[in-house]
Design a protein around this ligand. Structure first.
Ligand code: ARG
Length: 588
């Protein structure tokens, strides 16, 4: 279904042509003076230069051609030559009626869906999830859902970090504590125990301890590097330990992501491509791309046009160990082979910009991807505390994700229990649903690349540009519809009627923007556009609601028209929060 604004532009184009001017001048936009008009066209201003005529003369001529337009109720030429547009209420109404009838409210599906792989989440196994992983998960999940809604074939991959130094550190510390374990005995040929030699809680303590020691003790770090290499080269005992770590960590990760309503199609990690690495390295050497520099194996990726220094991409460390880059490159090979993606999107901190630039260039240079395959890094900013510094616990440590979620759940519970709309048991569940909207909307409503301040008070507020406000609006619509249904009114069969008020029309005009918004949100991988749209839509609805006595309206026709508008508004709001990755309760 054509976009609303495009229909308006087409109508203006006809008017420009009828008046003898270039139709391209007819491009319309949303009004930046909503007090004066709904849409505007500045084509006469641009036309003035081409046709060497006063813009207001052109504008007047064009306005004259719109007299019996089926789209415009008024076209006004105003000094110095703007065209102020208002649309007919039956035109808006027909458009909304068509939206209701069409799949996905008339969003056009691509002729050929793109194959997309989204790499997001990126937790490091054996380290508890912390707030730094929140953004990757939240934004990635939404980017994935938007692309899917827009009709594309999307696979989400968690890409766990489980093949690097953190594993070597854990093994080194374990060996320090339990040197007699069979895993460390190179002559051991029997079967290793099924039970791991540590619990998850121990594991989470072992890693930071080891990491701290390695920073203070060079010999310890050396042992950790060696252990990493042993793991990567397939030493049996190390691999068995690795399996234990994975078996303990993955269920915990799954629980955490489920809590966030984040869901991966693939639970691959760096290690999934370990068997691809040797062949890839050989090939890069054979083709002359990779060479030894200061002991390490590297590929040059700088280009003549670079304004800044782009260092070579390191493929193997001097001890022969694979790095973060190595597994990322091998993963590209794997994804190309499995999915033939048109596009691979990576969600990672923007501080990794240079890193991804190196990896992408290396992948292109060494022919791992076709030239037309798009590699895109969405680099997100930092989640800061109220002090403007990276978010920390009160004690100044790294905040565990679980604790952060718990804090918000508690705050939300307090607010919801205060409201007393729901009973005790329901309040807990509702609080969780609303808290998730607070966290996710708080994040997603900012452009991803920007830093933002994580402000619990603001995010959990029922007023303003927040998740709870959006949910509150949805719940309000649902409750009105329930009341009307209880009165015996028809809900899903109700049809739009003549538009009666400014507030009603304003709400309808907000609704019309859905397909254009979703197209842009997909094209720009920009969940914040969805947030901005639903915030405006919720405001328009609440304005209409405050001006209109819907439930007690006696004119049945009028009421039915409003019901139809409410149903559409509710469905669109719910669709939008679904692509943002959260949902609304029935009551709150
Ligand atoms: N594990 C990484 C980190 O914690 C993020 C992974 C991002 N994805 C990727 N393919 N490199 O920083």
């Amino acid at each position: 279904m054509k976009k609303f604004l495009d229909l308006i532009s087409e109508e203006m184009k006809k008017a420009f042509e009828a008046a003898g001017y270039d139709g391209a001048l007819g491009k319309a936009t949303l009004s930046n003076r909503p007090d004066l008009c709904e849409y505007q066209c500045n084509g006469a201003m641009a036309g003035a230069k081409i046709y060497k005529k006063a813009p207001v003369i052109i504008a007047n001529e064009v306005a004259g051609k719109c007299a019996d337009s089926k789209i415009f109720s008024s076209v006004e030429a105003v000094a110095p030559g703007f065209l102020n547009l208002k649309v007919r209420e039956d035109f808006v109404r027909d458009y909304l009626a068509r939206m209701r009838g069409e799949d996905k409210f008339g969003l056009e599906m691509p002729e050929k869906p793109c194959k997309i792989v989204i790499d997001y989440g990126g937790p490091n196994v054996a380290k508890p999830l912390h707030v730094g992983h929140l953004r990757s998960a939240i934004i990635g999940e939404s980017v994935k859902r938007i692309a899917r809604y827009a009709g594309h074939d999307v696979t989400g991959d968690i890409h766990m970090g489980e093949w690097g130094l953190q594993m070597g550190l854990i093994m080194t510390e374990l060996r320090e504590r339990q040197p007699d374990l069979a895993y460390f005995d190179e002559n051991f040929e029997g079967e290793y125990p099924k039970e791991p030699p540590f619990t998850l809680a121990e594991l989470e303590e072992i890693y930071p301890t080891a990491s701290k020691k390695s920073k203070e003790d060079a010999a310890y770090k050396e042992r950790a590097l060696e252990a990493t290499f042993k793991l990567q080269s397939g030493v049996r005992g190390y691999h068995a330990l690795w399996e234990h770590i994975m078996a303990l960590s993955i269920p915990d990760l799954k629980r955490n992501y489920k809590e966030l309503n984040v869901d991966f199609d693939l639970w691959n990690g760096e290690a999934a491509v370990k068997d691809i690495i040797p062949g890839m390295v050989e090939d890069m050497k054979k083709k002359g791309y990779a060479y030894i520099s200061e002991g390490a194996l590297v590929v040059d990726v700088k280009e003549e046009t670079d304004a800044r220094e782009i260092p070579p991409c390191m493929i193997l460390k001097s001890d022969g160990a694979a790095l973060y880059n190595t597994t990322d490159l091998a993963t590209i090979i794997d994804r190309v082979k499995t999915f033939h993606p048109d596009r691979i999107i990576y969600l990672a901190d923007k501080r990794q910009n240079l890193y991804f630039e190196q990896v992408f260039r290396c992948a292109r240079k060494t022919g791992l991807v076709e030239p037309e395959t798009e590699l895109l890094h969405i680099g997100f900013g930092t989640m800061n505390g109220k002090d403007g510094k990276p978010f920390k616990t009160r004690e100044g440590g790294v905040m565990r994700l679980e604790n952060l979620i718990r804090e918000i759940n508690e705050e939300m519970y307090r607010k919801i229990a205060e409201n007393r709309q729901v009973d005790e048991e329901q309040a807990g569940e509702t609080a969780r649903v609303v808290a998730l909207s607070a966290i996710k909307y708080g994040d997603l409503s900012n452009q991803a690349s920007k830093d933002y301040i994580f402000d619990i008070d603001k995010f959990t507020s029922f007023e303003g540009d927040t998740g709870p406000y959006i949910l509150y609006t949805i719940v309000r619509i649902k409750s009105i519809l329930n009341k009307i249904e209880e009165q015996g009114g028809e809900i899903s069969g109700a049809t739009l009627q003549k538009v009666r008020s400014e507030a009603e029309k304003a709400l309808m005009l907000e609704v019309t923007g859905f397909n254009a918004m979703m197209e842009t949100a997909y094209a720009e991988s920009a969940p914040h556009k969805v947030c901005a749209y639903i915030y405006n839509l919720a405001n328009a609805f609440n304005h209409f609601y405050h001006e209109t006595k819907i439930v007690t309206e006696e004119d049945e026709e009028k009421k039915a028209g409003w019901v139809a508008l409410l149903v559409l508004t509710r469905d669109i709001l719910e669709t939008c929060i679904d692509v943002l990755g959260f949902s609304a309760p029935e009551r709150m």
